[in-house]
Design a protein. Structure first.
Ligand code: ADP
Ligand code: F6P
Length: 321
C-alpha cells in the first residue's frame, strides 16, 4: 500500500485528534502517504481530501474536537452515494481507509469494505455504546466532564437544600449516566436500559430528604422515554422536600482536552489500525479488551447491542442508600 486515508465521523469525541496523529505518524514510518478526508462521508463524496504530513498533526494530541471536522451524511447510506465515494477514492489513488467514529460510522466503514475497499475502524464516541470494546475513545474525558459538573452542582445544591436533576448524553445508551451517577454520588440514576418511573425518582429524593441530607441528585440519560423537563415538572407538582432545579449538560460533554486515558487509548488504537491495514487486514474494528488491543469484525460489532453491566447497576443501587 502506498496511500491511505483517514476520517473522523459521527459526533466528535475527545481523543479523535490523538488517533489521527497516531495514524499519520505510523503510516509515515512505513513510507505510506496519508490523506485526511474532511467532514467524514460528506467530504468523501465531495472528494475533499488533504495530504497530512507529520507537521499537520503536530501539536494536536491535547486538542478536543477533530481537526478533520466531522459530519453526518444521508447520501452515503445509498448505493449511489457509495459508488460516488468509491470513485473519489480511486481518483485519489487511495488504497485503504481508516474510519474513526461511532456505531453509525462503523456501518459506513462496513459499506466501504463491501465495495472492496480495505477498511479498519477505530471506535470513538462519548456514548460508549459500541459493542465489543471495553471503552471507546472520548468516553473517559466525557465522564470526567460530567463528574466535574456534578461536583459543582452538588456544591450549590447543598448550599440551598435543593434537589438537582442532571441530564447527560449517551443517545440510547445509559453508560455515561450510570457511571456519572455512581462516581458522582447520585441518589438515583435513570437510564434507558433500566428505566424507573417518575414516582420512584420522587421516592428516592424524598428518602434522601427524610434521611436529613441537604441535597439530592438524580442523573437522567437523554435516551429515557420521558424528558428531563417532564420529570422536573412532576417533582414540582409532587413535592419531595427539596426545591428542584434542572441542568442539561448537553454538548459541554463532547468538548475539552482528552484525558491521559483517552490520549493513550487513541494513540494505541491509531497505531494498531495502520499496522493491521498495512498487513492486508480489512473489515475489522480495533477494540480494547482488558489491557489488550484486539480486532473484531465490523459486521459482528455493528450487529450487536452493547449491554449495561449488571454489576454497575447493583453498585449504583447499593451506594445510593
Ligand atoms: P456515530 O458514528 O457517532 O454513531 P451516526 O450514527 O450519525 O454517528 O453515523 C455517522 C455517519 O455514518 C452517518 O451520517 C452516515 O453518513 C454514516 N452511516 C451511518 N449508518 C450507515 C449505514 N447503515 N450505511 C452507510 N453509512 C452509514
Ligand atoms: O453520539 C454522540 C452524541 O453526543 C450523543 O450522545 C447525542 O445524542 C448526539 O451525539 C447529539 O448529536 P448532535 O451533535 O447532532 O446534536
Amino acid at each position: 500500500m502506498r496511500r491511505i486515508a483517514v476520517m473522523t465521523s459521527g459526533g466528535d469525541a475527545p481523543g479523535m485528534n490523538a488517533a489521527v496523529r497516531a495514524v499519520v505518524r505510523t503510516a509515515i514510518q512505513s513510507n505510506v502517504e496519508v490523506y485526511g478526508i474532511r467532514q467524514a462521508y460528506a467530504g468523501l463524496l465531495a472528494g475533499d481530501f488533504e495530504r497530512l504530513t507529520s507537521r499537520e498533526v503536530s501539536g494536536i494530541i491535547q486538542r478536543g474536537g477533530t481537526i478533520l471536522q466531522t459530519a453526518r451524511n444521508e447520501e452515503f447510506k445509498t448505493p449511489q452515494g457509495q459508488k460516488r465515494a468509491l470513485r473519489a477514492l480511486n481518483e485519489h489513488g487511495i488504497e485503504g481507509v481508516i474510519v474513526i467514529g461511532g456505531d453509525g460510522s462503523l456501518r459506513g466503514a462496513l459499506a466501504l469494505q463491501k465495495l472492496g475497499v480495505p477498511v479498519i475502524g477505530v471506535p470513538a464516541s462519548i456514548d460508549n455504546d459500541i459493542w465489543g470494546t471495553d471503552m471507546a475513545i472520548g468516553v473517559d474525558t466525557a465522564l470526567n466532564t460530567i463528574l466535574d459538573a456534578l461536583d459543582r452542582l452538588r456544591d450549590t445544591a447543598s448550599s440551598h437544600n435543593r434537589g438537582f436533576i442532571i441530564e447527560v448524553m449517551g443517545r440510547n445508551c445509559g453508560y455515561l449516566a450510570l457511571m456519572g451517577g455512581i462516581l458522582g454520588g447520585a441518589e438515583i440514576v435513570i437510564i434507558p436500559e433500566h428505566e424507573v418511573s417518575m414516582q420512584e425518582v420522587a421516592q428516592a429524593l424524598e428518602d434522601a430528604y427524610l434521611r436529613g441530607k441537604n441535597h439530592a441528585i438524580a442523573v437522567i440519560s437523554e435516551g429515557v422515554s420521558y424528558k428531563a423537563t417532564d420529570l422536573a415538572n412532576f417533582l414540582n407538582q409532587h413535592p419531595v422536600g427539596f426545591e428542584i432545579r434542572l441542568t442539561i449538560l448537553g454538548h459541554t460533554q463532547r468538548g475539552g482536552s482528552p484525558t491521559a486515558f483517552d490520549r493513550l487509548l487513541a494513540t494505541r488504537m491509531g497505531v494498531e489500525a495502520v499496522q493491521r491495514l498495512l498487513r492486508g487486514e480489512t473489515g475489522l474494528m480495533i477494540a480494547r479488551s482488558g489491557r489488550d488491543q484486539v480486532a473484531l469484525p465490523i459486521e459482528e460489532v455493528t450487529s450487536k447491542t452493547r449491554e449495561i453491566s449488571k454489576d454497575y447497576l447493583d453498585l449504583a443501587y447499593i451506594l445510593s442508600r
